[in-house]
Design a protein around this ligand. Structure first.
Ligand SMILES: Cc1cc2nc3c(=O)[nH]c(=O)nc-3n(C[C@H](O)[C@H](O)[C@H](O)COP(=O)(O)OP(=O)(O)OC[C@H]3O[C@@H](n4cnc5c(N)ncnc54)[C@H](O)[C@@H]3O)c2cc1C
Ligand code: FES
Length: 280
């Protein structure tokens, strides 16, 4: 069904937040779920996690990074305009309970989907340690929002321009696990290489770790097989079995290889889009 954009914000270079009028989804959504949007008739389907929702106003917030043609087109849209379709909520919600101490770890635009999970973990009574990271200070998003729903917050940047100098996985190990501080469970969302690094750390300390996979999706109904991943040696579909899985069982190498399948076509399509926009 079509959905109107209510407001738009630029959170950092190439990362935008759009609030959509979507009452039914706002009422039903749970942390960890996503929507699939289509901007126009010929547009591809874009899966995006529901970063926030306001059940009273009947709105949902989507936070996305411009990485190709469809997200670039979405970033050009303005409040008052409508997209053709917005379908959801899709996927299984995050398993939220009082585990004790939970670490919520987000990297880059992955901080956006970690935010509602952090909110949920805090509301369930957990002691919440949040670790959020970006390549550099200017690319960091949602620091204040994450601080408001966490008991402890560590910010890391790869270049040391702000907070801990290093990756989120190193911040977790050096600030908590090497010091013998106990963590019951970890939820981590971000680039695949980041989630793999976090899992490599938590495996050593035997800490259950949930990852949210942003695989390639086509129909998002479990029919086409595009989003398949291997988890514990079994084939799973991210759109219906996920997007969250036990990170210690995910075959990250296969996931990375599959994400690169359409690289040439995606680049060609994006370059064509950019040259049309600049009138070349
Ligand atoms: C369940 C799910 C939830 C998602 N939630 C979010 C979200 O909340 N916010 C968000 O920004 N994105 C999210 N994504 C990823 C988002 O759907 C894609 O970035 C988007 O479809 C890219 O479309 P495009 O046409 O702009 O780029 P494409 O032309 O499809 O891709 C352009 C280039 O970017 C690379 N690329 C694509 N996606 C990513 C990525 N996620 N990370 C790094 N490189 C990438 C591709 O390999 C390619 O080289 C989610 C994906 C899934 C499956
Ligand atoms: S996107 Fe087609 S099966 Fe998941």
């Amino acid at each position: 069904m079509p959905a109107k954009i209510i407001s738009k914000d630029m959170l950092s270079e190439n990362v935008f937040s759009l609030v959509f009028d979507a009452k039914q989804i706002a009422l039903k959504r749970k942390p960890g779920q996503f929507v699939v949007i289509r901007i126009h008739e010929q547009g591809e389907r874009i899966p995006l996690t529901i970063a926030d929702a306001d059940a009273i106003k009947g709105t949902i917030t989507l936070i996305f990074q411009v990485v190709g043609k469809s997200t670039a087109l979405l970033a050009e849209m303005l409040p008052g305009q409508e997209i053709l379709d917005l379908v959801g909520p899709l996927g299984k919600p995050t398993h939220i309970e009082n585990f004790g101490t939970v670490a919520c770890i987000g990297g880059g635009v992955g901080i956006a989907p970690v935010f509602p999970i952090t909110q949920g973990m805090k509301a369930a009574g957990n002691h919440v340690i949040s670790i959020i990271g970006s390549r550099t200070k200017d690319l960091l998003i949602l620091e204040d929002e994450m601080k408001a729903v966490s008991d402890e917050l560590i910010v890391s940047t790869d270049d040391g321009s702000y907070g801990y100098h290093g990756f989120v996985s190193q911040a977790l190990e050096n600030n908590y696990l090497l010091l013998g501080k106990h963590i019951d469970t970890v939820v981590t969302i971000g680039p695949v290489s980041m989630m793999r690094a976090v899992c490599d750390v938590t495996r050593k300390y035997n800490i259950p770790t949930v990852v949210s996979l942003n695989s390639i999706m086509v129909d998002a109904t479990g029919m086409c097989g595009a989003c398949r991943v291997s988890v514990g040696g079994k084939t799973k579909f991210v759109c219906v079995d996920g997007p969250e899985f036990d990170g210690h069982l995910v075959d990250f190498k296969e996931l990375i290889d599959r994400q690169h399948i359409y690289l040439d076509q995606e680049k060609e399509s994006y370059d064509h889009f950019c040259s049309c926009r600049s009138g070349r």
